[in-house]
Design a protein around this ligand. Structure first.
Ligand code: PLP
Length: 450
């Protein structure tokens, strides 16, 4: 490996990072991560921290799962690649589509369309939603509904349904016919209440109103995260997603669950839709499907949608969409081994228990530190929202948020900061001791930020 100075210097000179201003790289260089083991990561200066980010919501089982690494290595030796475009397939892809169908059996998600990641899975679901209506002779249904604060990746379709201006503004014009409803957020919302049920009801009323205004027969799908992740870990009232499902059904609108973060145990249930008792028509998955070890995803297709395509005999039912790396055999092998480990350890149960402890610890930090405006989360996804003033809820400064990150890092835990939020998504295999380490390090970070 090149030495630390070479890497830092050339990182700033030659590499652009996702979600970062290139000009910041010199003044605020990234941590150069050189190793990972268990639930910890080590930087080039030899500093080891507990990874409370879990890679990027995706290293659900941590970094030392040999069965996944071996499965990938064996697959590389056997068949490192072959395409799944019409005419060829591979055994691991078939096996994986079977396993995923089993995983999502109660929701009747019966087909898998493989992708290279979350944004691809979102794009796939959006495109197939439009095509679904076309094959049924309702081709004028092209619009999409989503939620403010929702994050759906960065392709043009995903950006168009995104609910955060930062991911939209510089890339406009985006797809026409996309409209966003308010987020089901108790801490900040336009309704003047923090009653989650009331907020859910108000959004559903707006959804009905907007559908009537747009014309139900122009709308293809509603896309939403069961728990909004990147937008600040916003947990809706338990009635919210079921009500969305009902409205969609009433108007012939497909429901796409974007479970890129939540599909494999993160919320403390097997997946996010199951947490709320909802069967979506399609589901976007990626990230933890390979425990982060391979860029991979699966757009899961429900029975109704599958039936519409498969009973259509003309060209409109043919899928004119796909990726060179769709059904990549190494990705499929990684996903098969990940699913086996996920099931064996039933990690969603640990996520639920540790999540309760984490929420309790974060609530104590709110009592202790004025800079904390709100703490929230479910399972092992959590946010600590930092404010300059609790009464006005004005966001904390960038410097304060940066100090919180640095303080926690020094204290042995890597956290993620996004806007004025600390976002936590540790591996689902952490212990109660790890939870205490996370809370203690954030405590120190907050003291540094005050
Ligand atoms: N959808 C959701 C809910 C996500 O959280 C993300 C990424 O964080 C994406 C889509 C995009 O996934 P990717 O970054 O793998 O393209």
């Amino acid at each position: 490996m090149r030495d630390s100075n070479f890497l830092k210097e050339n990182n700033a000179k030659h590499m652009w990072h996702p979600m970062a201003h290139p000009a910041d790289m010199r003044s605020n260089p990234p941590k150069m991560i050189t190793g990972a083991s268990g639930v910890e990561i080590t930087d080039i200066d030899g500093h080891t921290t507990l990874d409370a980010v879990g890679g990027l919501w995706n290293a659900n089982l941590g970094y030392s799962v040999d069965s996944i690494k071996h499965a990938m290595t064996e697959q590389l030796m056997e068949l490192p690649y072959y395409s799944a475009f019409r005419g060829t397939s591979n055994d691991k892809a078939v096996e994986l589509s079977y396993e995923l169908m089993e995983w999502f059996k109660p929701e009747k998600l019966v087909r898998a369309f493989f992708t290279s990641g979350g944004s691809d899975s979102v794009e796939t679901c959006l495109r197939l939603a439009r095509q679904y209506h076309k094959v049924r002779g309702e081709g004028e249904r092209t619009k999409f509904i989503s939620l403010k604060k929702g994050y759906h990746g960065t392709h043009f379709g995903g950006a168009s349904v995104n609910g955060n201006a930062n991911f939209r503004r510089n890339y406009e014009p985006l797809l026409p016919g996309c409209f966003q409803l308010p987020a089901p957020w108790t801490y900040r919302n336009p309704f003047g209440t923090d009653d989650a049920q009331e907020i859910a009801n108000r959004i559903i009323a707006l959804m009905e109103e907007e559908i009537a205004f747009q014309g139900a027969d122009t709308i293809a799908a509603m896309i939403m995260e069961p728990v909004l992740g990147a937008g600040g870990v916003i947990v809706p009232h338990e009635t919210f997603m079921p009500m969305v499902r009902d409205v969609c059904d009433k108007h012939g609108i497909l429901l796409i669950a974007d479970e890129v973060i939540t599909a494999f145990g993160r919320t403390g249930d097997v997946h996010g839709s199951r947490l709320w008792g909802v069967a979506p028509d399609m589901m976007c998955t990626a990230k933890a499907v390979t425990n982060s070890y391979f860029p991979f995803g699966a757009a899961m297709i429900g029975e109704k949608v599958a039936e519409a395509f498969e009973s259509n005999k003309d060209a409109t039912g043919s899928i004119g969409h796909g990726y060179t790396y769709s059904a990549h055999p190494v990705g499929c092998a990684a996903a098969l081994a990940t699913l086996a480990e996920t099931k064996k350890a039933r990690v969603w149960e640990n996520a639920k228990d540790r999540g309760i402890e984490l929420q309790a610890g974060l609530a104590q930090l709110k009592d202790k530190h004025q800079i904390v405006g709100d703490t929230r989360g479910i399972g092992l996804m959590a946010a600590v929202e930092l404010v300059a003033d609790r009464d006005t809820k004005a966001p904390a400064s960038k410097a304060a948020v940066g100090a919180a990150f640095d303080g926690a890092y020094e204290a042995g835990v890597t956290i993620r900061v996004s806007g004025n939020n600390i976002i936590l998504s540790p591996p689902l295999v952490i212990t109660a001791t790890d939870v205490s380490r996370i809370v203690d390090a954030i405590d120190k970070g907050l003291s540094a930020a005050a």
